[in-house]
Design a protein around this ligand. Structure first.
Ligand code: RIB
Ligand code: CA
Length: 345
């Protein structure tokens, strides 16, 4: 009897481990983009993740250039099995603002990859998101690292996906000032209406914003580590990272912020960051603040009641959080994870 009981325990332990070690299915929505490229290669070289699709959104570059870049990257990684789909061609209500200034003319640090061996998937990005979420209810994590246009379009077309999505890990936003201007972070700034739709949807949002991205700087030290190994992906990322480190140095920074790669890092290992639950709204009107993610740290708002010619505060109402906002990061542990995953690939 004892031997049988022992075997049962062993069997149960094995299954509990394999279940907890299960890979996380993700849909990577991207505006590639040099840091997007580093994020995608991290995702494709991390056993914890199963990239089910790549959807392309305009942002750093046009939709057309982004699609070409995504196809060339999955080809470089020999992953033509992953569907790559075009999505929105412009933000919901404003003109596109492209960032070749930061990402190079082709959006990939002017690194010319070979033409892709892979073919574009004919499905429309938002439709592909809807299809895959319904095919794997409660099992898909959305990892958008560009403007949130595709995510908002998917949600508007089929709101029933909201309770079926496991988590939405967003590279975007900031509660400590912007990178585009005083208030706004680039991904939010490029489609504030889409971002407000996504933040108010009611699903599990994790915001990986500038508050942690700006503390996660890949520096010359990490470039030297990457330079000690070689492989097609390793060498591509070394070139992209080197371009970004040089550009950052021109603006007085000791390293390049790993914005998009850190969002993937959080999908791999959420213990890399500390997050606080807050209610986040996206400003869509402010002359100086359009695109700002406005976080309510106190979780409360005063109730003002009109009495004659003035309002009187008559109470304080609770504001329910709608996002986990990342406020601290174990930056070096992430950077070493990144180098270890890319090195030699
Ligand atoms: O603000 C940083 C974000 O804007 C990153 O996703 C970068 O790729 C750009 O899209
Ligand atoms: Ca991006």
């Amino acid at each position: 009897m004892t031997r049988y009981f022992f075997l049962c325990i062993l069997f149960a332990l094995f299954f509990s481990f394999s279940a907890s070690g299960a890979t996380r299915k993700i849909i990577f929505d991207t505006d590639p983009g040099s840091d997007d490229a580093m994020a995608l290669m991290l995702a494709l070289n991390s056993p914890e993740l199963d990239v089910r699709a790549i959807t392309v959104v305009p942002g750093n570059v046009t939709a057309k250039q982004g699609l070409e870049n995504a196809l060339r990257m999955v080809s470089l990684a020999n992953r033509c099995d992953i569907p790559v789909a075009a999505g929105a061609q412009h933000p919901l209500f404003q003109k596109l603002i492209t960032a070749e200034f930061w990402h190079g003319k082709n959006g990939l640090a002017d690194v010319e990859l070979p033409p892709s061996k892979c073919k574009v998937d004919s499905r429309y990005g938002p439709d592909l998101i809807i299809e895959l979420v319904h095919a794997a209810p409660h099992d898909i994590t959305l990892v958008p690292v560009g403007p949130l246009t595709n995510i908002a379009l998917a949600l508007e077309k089929d709101p029933s996906i909201v309770p079926l999505v496991k988590e939405v890990i967003i590279m975007g936003g900031s509660i400590t000032g912007g990178n585009v201007n005083a208030a706004a972070e680039a991904n939010i700034y490029n489609d504030p209406e889409a971002a407000q739709i996504v933040f108010q949807a009611g699903w599990q949002v994790t915001m990986v914003g500038l508050d942690v991205g700006d503390k996660t700087l890949l520096s010359k030290k990490h470039l030297q580590q990457l330079g000690q190994t070689h492989g097609p992906i390793n060498d591509f990322i070394s070139k992209v990272a080197s371009y970004l480190v040089d550009l950052s140095a021109k603006f007085g920074s000791p390293g390049t912020p790993m914005y998009d790669p850190l969002a993937v890092g959080v999908a791999i290992d959420s213990t890399l960051v500390t997050a606080s639950a807050m209610h986040v709204d996206v400003e869509t009107k402010g002359e100086f603040t359009r695109g700002e993610t406005v976080a309510n740290r106190r979780g409360a708002v005063e109730r003002n009641v009109l009495h004659g010619d003035r309002y009187v505060i008559e109470g304080v109402d609770k504001v329910e959080p709608n996002a986990k906002v990342c406020v601290a990061v174990d930056a070096e542990r992430f950077l070493q994870l990144f180098v270890s995953r890319i090195g030699g690939k």
